[in-house]
Design a protein around this ligand. Sequence first.
Ligand code: SF4
Length: 317
Amino acid sequence: MAILDIKNLNLGFQCEDIFRQALYDVSFSLEKGKMLSIVGESGCGKTMSAMSILKLIPKTARITSGEIFFNGENLLEKSQKEMQHIRGSRIALIPQDPMTSLNPLYTVGDQLLEILKIHQNLQGADAERKAIEAFEAVQIPGAKSRLKNYPHEFSGGMKQRAIIAMALACKAEILIADEPTTALDVTIQAQIMNILNDIKINNGTSILLITHDLALVSENADEIAVMYAGRIVEKASNKEFFANPNHPYSKALLNSLPSNRGEKLVTIKGQPPTLSQIISGCKFNPRCEYCMETCTQKVPPLDNISENHKSACFLNN
Ligand code: SF4
């Protein structure tokens, strides 16, 4: 069952007197207790899609159409006050830089206790017990004493664990993890991904993982959606995606994975388009080695190519 269902989301930015579209008919579903990863290069629209769910888009951005259903309720019809209640307590954000969520002036424990007071109505010994449990669940050693530390006394990985603990303490139903391990070294990245996986399995939490790193999702995500220039160009289960990648962009991303060392490491030629660049037809066409005439004239639809596998490419016709 889908806990989150995004339908035909269109969003753009007002750049002085020109409106530039950034998301085109973005649709995806996150199943309860599953991890869906949205993958793509920087600027492809993956973070903007995630921020739209939380209604935390920049002032210059505007959602022009679409629906975002959370447990059957359209979040786009909620007021900012209603969203304040949903954010943090029911849908929590794990940001790339944990310091954007932690206040350097208060101990991590005080911040966690405050969240428990606001969202769970817990205080005193009950709140402290819950805070220790949350720290232990994200494998922070010496949980009780670590609650007394300030954020600067935590390493990057520990700060990220503390943020995840705060989401756990609120019993968030969905975690949106936006490049949660980018700033961390490889060993810590794996630990954070294991913690997210444990939370998914043990608590039934649904996770939307935003990343540019296909290697990171290969062992963790249940479903994968690849975005390019504001559109979803391929969607499949993890197994199907890695066994039978279809879209030329997905294949290029896979070929550029460092795990292919030993064979020839292939980079994707060119750059993703900027918002102001106008490309007719398939937006990947300037970088695609299979580009045909029709690719420069029409946008390929995201069609089923097999069960639970969709791709937007004219090569499938
Ligand atoms: Fe390449 Fe054409 Fe497919 Fe786009 S539609 S990915 S340009 S072959």
